[in-house]
Ligand binder design. Structure first.
Ligand code: PEP
Ligand code: MG
Length: 325
C-alpha cells in the first residue's frame, strides 16, 4: 500500500468524476517541511505559530519570526501557505506573559482575544508575516474568532501594520488573503455573516467538537462524547461550507477530522475545498479521494446529516463502501 501511495506524490487530488480539492498539511515549525514536501502536500493549511513563542523566556523578535515564515513560504514555492496568528492560552501557557489563572482557560483569555489586548506583540507578528508575504503565497488566519467585531478589529490592525511597512519602503504582497478559524459554535452558526468579512474559513474541528458537545478534548471520562460524526457537527460543517460558497469564498478544515478515512468522503460530499492534515495522512487521503465519485459522496452526505447518531453516520460510510481497508 505504501508503494501505491508513493506514486501519488505528484498526482492531483481529484475524484473519479473530476472534482478537485486541495490536500494540505499542518505544521508547527519549518523543520516539519521535509515531511510536507516528501508527502506531496499541495499547500500548508495550518502553520501553528505558537511553537515559536514556547519553550523560551521572552517573545520572539520580528526578525526571528520573519525568517521562519519566509523559509516556509519559499519552500512551498508559490503554493498556498496559511499561517495562523498566535493561538496561546488554553492549555498552552507562556510563562513570560504572566497570563491570568482562570477557572476555564479554554473559555478564557487566549488566542485572538489575547492578541487584541497585547497589540505590540500582535503587531510584531503581523509585521513579520507581511514582510514574509513577498516570498510566496501567504494567507493569514485568525484563531478563536467568536464575533465579527474581533474580525474587524484584527483586520484594521493588519491594515495599519501594512501601511506602516509600505511607508518604510518594505516589500509587501497585495494579495494576502485573510481568513478565520471556525472553531467556536457561534461562528459556525452565523457563518453567513462572517463570510462577508473574510476571504476564507478553516474549520477547526478539534475545538469546534469540544465546544459544541461541551466535552473537553483532553478528558478521558467524556471522550465518548467527543464525536466528530455527531449530526450536529456535520450540520455545522455543512453550514460553514455553504455560507462560504454563497459569498464566493473557499472553506477548508484543519482539525484532525480532515484526514480521517470516514471524514474524507463526507467532507467531499459537503463540498469542502481544502483538507489540511498531518503530512503523513496526505497520500492515503489522496488515494482514497481518487477512488471517490463526487456525486456519490454528495448523496452520502445528504443521508448522513439526517441520521440520529455518530455511530450511524460512521456505519453508513462503511456500508456504502467508502472505507478502503
Ligand atoms: C482546531 O481547533 O481544530 C485546530 C486545528 O487548532 P488547535 O488544534 O491548534 O487548537
Ligand atoms: Mg483550535
Amino acid at each position: 500500500q505504501k508503494e501505491e501511495w508513493a506514486k501519488l506524490v505528484n498526482e492531483p487530488s481529484v475524484t473519479m468524476d473530476s472534482h478537485q480539492v486541495e490536500l494540505a498539511a499542518n505544521i508547527g515549525t519549518p523543520d516539519d517541511m521535509e515531511g510536507v514536501l516528501a508527502n506531496g502536500a499541495e499547500g500548508i493549511g495550518l502553520y501553528r505559530t505558537e511553537f515559536l513563542y514556547m519553550g523560551r523566556s521572552e517573545l520572539p523578535s520580528e526578525e526571528e519570526q520573519f525568517k521562519a515564515y519566509k523559509s516556509v513560504l519559499e519552500q512551498m514555492d508559490g503554493k498556498p501557505v496559511v499561517i495562523r496568528t498566535l493561538d496561546i492560552g488554553g492549555d498552552k501557557d507562556l510563562p513570560y506573559l504572566d497570563l491570568p489563572k482562570e477557572m476555564n482557560p479554554f473559555l478564557g483569555f487566549r488566542a485572538l482575544r489575547l492578541c487584541l489586548e497585547e497589540t505590540d506583540m500582535f503587531r510584531t507578528q503581523l509585521r513579520a508575516l507581511l514582510r514574509a508575504s513577498a516570498f510566496g503565497t501567504l494567507k493569514i488566519m485568525f484563531p478563536m474568532v467568536a464575533t465579527v467585531e474581533e474580525v474587524r478589529e484584527a483586520k484594521a490592525i493588519l491594515q495599519n501594520v501594512k501601511e506602516e511597512l509600505v511607508k518604510e519602503g518594505k516589500d509587501v504582497s497585495d494579495n494576502v488573503e485573510v481568513g478565520i478559524m471556525v472553531e467556536i459554535p457561534a461562528t459556525a452558526v452565523a457563518a453567513d455573516i462572517f463570510a462577508k468579512e473574510v476571504d476564507f474559513f478553516s474549520i477547526g474541528t478539534n475545538d469546534l467538537i469540544q465546544y459544541t458537545l461541551a466535552a473537553d478534548r483532553m478528558s478521558e471520562k467524556v471522550a465518548h462524547l467527543y464525536q466528530p460524526y455527531h449530526p450536529a457537527i456535520l450540520r455545522l460543517v455543512k453550514n460553514v461550507i455553504d455560507a462560504a460558497h454563497k459569498e464566493g469564498k473557499w472553506a477548508g478544515m484543519c482539525g484532525e477530522m480532515a484526514g480521517e478515512q470516514t471524514a474524507v468522503p463526507l467532507l467531499t460530499g459537503l463540498g469542502l475545498d481544502e483538507f489540511s492534515m498531518s503530512a503523513t495522512s496526505v497520500l492515503p487521503a489522496r488515494s482514497q479521494l481518487r477512488q471517490l465519485s463526487k456525486q456519490e459522496t454528495e448523496q452520502l452526505a445528504k443521508e448522513a446529516v439526517q441520521l440520529s447518531t455518530a455511530d450511524e453516520v460512521a456505519q453508513l460510510v462503511k456500508d456504502k463502501g467508502f472505507i478502503v481497508s
